[in-house]
Design a protein around this ligand. Structure first.
Ligand code: G3P
Length: 215
């Protein structure tokens, strides 16, 4: 399973890249806005300089023409830019068109298996089911992820399943168990994956014993 970092923060991206643990980055308009008035294209270019893997840049237009214009513009920033389009009627049309031009698309805001089927048929490079946001409504994000992986396996669709809106290490572990191609997570979740209180406690004990040995 590939690990993507779900952030637009350059410090977090640098730190995760230095760990050697990330295969790509996903951003969205809310994450970019948190960085405070940055020039979007320049910011995407800066991310692409740090990360060699796929970097998702999301369109903000709602109409087909706007999505195509933005998509072509963002794709021209760097080879590893993947254009993110929402799962709407125009988003699917844009996905089909951009894909036919050789621009890879991550279809985002997916909340049903039916939507995931449509994204695959439109030729998306990635489909992003939002686990946490579905959980927030009382539904089960991981069940949706499992449904999509199962359905996609029945066909030769190239679309990769990208588990998004990940909120906890459990989401990551279960996404791996289900067989998602990618998990995109906030930096905090990546840290939580590393940390275990028994690791810290054990290390402390080892070092205390080592010191008692007189070295
Ligand atoms: O980038 C899309 C997705 O991962 C957003 O996550 O936590 O805002 O639902 P969240």
């Amino acid at each position: 399973m590939k690990f993507f970092l779900d952030t637009a923060n350059l410090d977090e991206i640098r730190e995760a890249a230095a760990l050697g643990l990330i295969d790509g980055v996903t951003t969205n308009p809310s994450l970019v806005a948190k960085e405070g008035g940055v020039d979007f294209k320049q910011h995407v270019a800066a991310i692409c300089e740090i990360v060699a893997g796929d970097v998702s840049a999301e369109v903000t237009s709602l109409d087909l023409e706007g999505m195509l214009r933005e998509g072509r513009e963002y794709a021209s920033v760097a080879k590893n830019v993947v254009v993110k389009c929402p799962l709407t009627m125009d988003g699917l049309k844009a996905t089909r068109q951009l894909t036919s031009e050789g621009i890879r698309v991550n279809v985002t805001l997916c909340f049903s298996a039916a939507q995931a089927i449509l994204a695959a048929k439109a030729g998306a490079a990635y489909i992003s089911p939002f686990l946490g946001r579905l959980d927030d409504t009382g539904q089960n994000g991981l069940e949706l992820l499992a449904d999509i992986v199962e359905i996609y396996r029945n066909y030769e669709w190239k679309t990769e399943v990208l588990a998004a809106s990940i909120r906890s290490p459990v989401h990551v572990i279960e996404a791996a168990r289900i067989g998602a191609d990618v998990a995109t997570m906030p930096f905090k979740v990546m840290e939580q994956l590393i940390k275990h209180p028994l690791t810290d406690k054990g290390l402390e004990q080892f070092l205390a014993d080592w010191r008692k040995g007189g070295r």
